[in-house]
Design a protein around this ligand. Structure first.
Ligand code: MG
Length: 457
């Protein structure tokens, strides 16, 4: 079945509301997901949650109906972070979970994210199997007496907070005693449902902006440095020791230092991982496009770093397979298997407060302990031919580099790397490089682009 303009990825489907993404399309995917999930599970329950987007309630009603129509019982947790939906799936031993959120995408987008029974997103094989049911005739619908039931669960967020505060890595009483001043930008997203309460339970004095959960984002909701000017000003104005910014579905966390400067999303994982690896040895997993600073933190503690293909589920599966102690992505996504195998911004926030508590210094002083790198990201139209010849020529040109071919081509040296990778959802190739200086990173990108540009010229 063709869905014009819809972006189908490994674990989800997204589109512009009223264009590619309509309630009819959402119903088809939700029915297929429901049938797929209950068909392979002893449970008939599917947990449903959504972020704060204006279109969220409409798609919520649509997917609940579709799930009932295939005989799936809906456990509705309402507006909630994506990691809370994942944890609720585990808690209820459900057949799966469905998060209605376009994550960091602008307000005109929405999406469905599909979660399997272990709380992980569907992987490539599972997603493919689920999509074979997308032809409406193939989905077995329930008769009137076998329709799914709907119940609500109002405790999912409090359980999420309780689980974070019970982690052995946190000195909750110690953090509480510090009475940290914390600035928060929730971007009118689902973070409102969890972050103020979590910070309150950690004894923080919270200075917050964008706390109304109406989903009308007045700035681009991706928590990258250029979108955090308001939070930087709030940190300076309030004298906070740290600023937290989340994306609308609360799986990514960006930090602003006490100096009122966004320090870059890569540091969220590096600093959160530091708290873990000092207490628990084991592999640290990141994706192939994550900053070296994470490796610096892991190596300092004697932990091995293992790289996974880009995509949250790829990182989570690798973490499960190698028994990682911590991992995630350089976009502010921290995953702690002791909590659950998904990116979790509230968890990241708690770990950063633990770091500030135990380091007894400022955030910028902690950051200054590590080498500084610059990342340069570029993209270009995908050439109409396979990229194997490009990869071969780059391997030859950079013969001294370590080579990783799990996901495109990544070339690595002791203090720099470059990653050439076709996007999974868009007709583009991404070229990302990191080096000690911006000039060096740009040069790596330029040299890797050249054979690609030659193909499209
Ligand atoms: Mg997100």
């Amino acid at each position: 079945m063709q869905f014009e303009g819809l972006m189908v990825s490994v674990s989800g489907v997204r589109g512009r509301v009223g264009e590619a993404l309509t309630p009819e399309v959402a119903c088809q995917f939700a029915a297929a997901f429901g049938a797929f999930s209950v068909g392979r599970s002893p449970s008939r329950a599917i947990v449903v949650g959504r972020d704060s987007r204006v279109s969220g309630p409409m798609f919520h009603r649509a997917v609940v109906s579709a799930l009932q129509s295939v005989g799936a019982d809906v456990i509705d947790i309402g507006m909630a972070p994506t990691p809370t939906v994942q944890m609720a799936v585990e808690h209820h031993h459900a057949a799966g979970g469905l998060a209605i959120t376009a994550s960091h995408n602008p307000v005109e987008w929405n999406a469905l994210k599909f979660i399997g029974p272990s709380g992980l997103f569907l992987d490539g094989e599972e997603g493919k199997a689920m999509r074979t049911l997308l032809d409406g005739r193939a989905v077995p619908r329930a008769t009137w007496d076998a329709l799914g039931q709907v119940s609500t669960d109002d405790s999912a967020i409090e359980r999420h907070i309780d689980a974070i505060l019970a982690l052995p890595f946190l000195d909750v009483e110690g953090i509480r005693a510090r009475r940290f001043q914390v600035a928060l930008d929730a971007c009118h997203g689902a973070g409102i449902t969890i972050f103020p309460r979590l910070l309150e339970r950690l004894g923080c004095q919270v200075h917050a902006i964008n706390l109304e959960p109406h989903g009308r984002f007045h700035r681009p909701p991706e928590p990258v440095a250029e979108n955090l000017g308001e939070l930087e000003a709030l940190v300076k104005r309030s004298g906070a020791v740290v600023g937290f910014a989340t994306d609308p579905d609360v799986d990514r966390l960006a930090l602003v230092s006490e100096q009122g400067r966004a320090i870059g999303e890569d540091y969220t994982l590096a600093l959160a991982a530091r708290v873990i690896v000092r207490r628990k040895r084991g592999p640290v997993v990141t994706n192939l496009s994550t900053s070296r600073v994470v490796a610096d933190v892991a190596t300092e503690a004697g932990c091995e770093v293992i790289l996974a293909p880009v995509g949250e589920v790829n990182v989570a599966v690798k973490m499960r397979d190698v028994g990682a102690v911590v991992g995630g992505e350089g976009n502010g996504g921290v995953i702690l298997p002791d909590l659950h195998l998904g990116r979790d911004a509230p968890l990241a926030g708690a770990l950063i407060l633990q770091l500030l508590h135990e380091s007894n210094g400022t955030l910028s002083a902690v950051v200054a302990r590590y080498p500084q790198y610059r990342i340069v990201k570029d993209k270009l139209d995908r050439p109409p031919v396979p990229l194997d010849a490009v990869y071969a020529s780059l391997r030859e040109a950079f013969s001294g580099a370590d080579v990783d071919t799990q996901d495109g081509l990544r070339l690595t040296w002791p203090d720099r790397w470059v990653h050439v990778r076709p996007s999974g959802t868009e007709p583009i190739v991404r070229v990302i490089a990191e080096a000690p200086t911006e000039e060096e990173a740009r040069e790596l990108v330029r040299r890797c682009r050249a054979p690609l540009d030659a193909l499209t010229a």
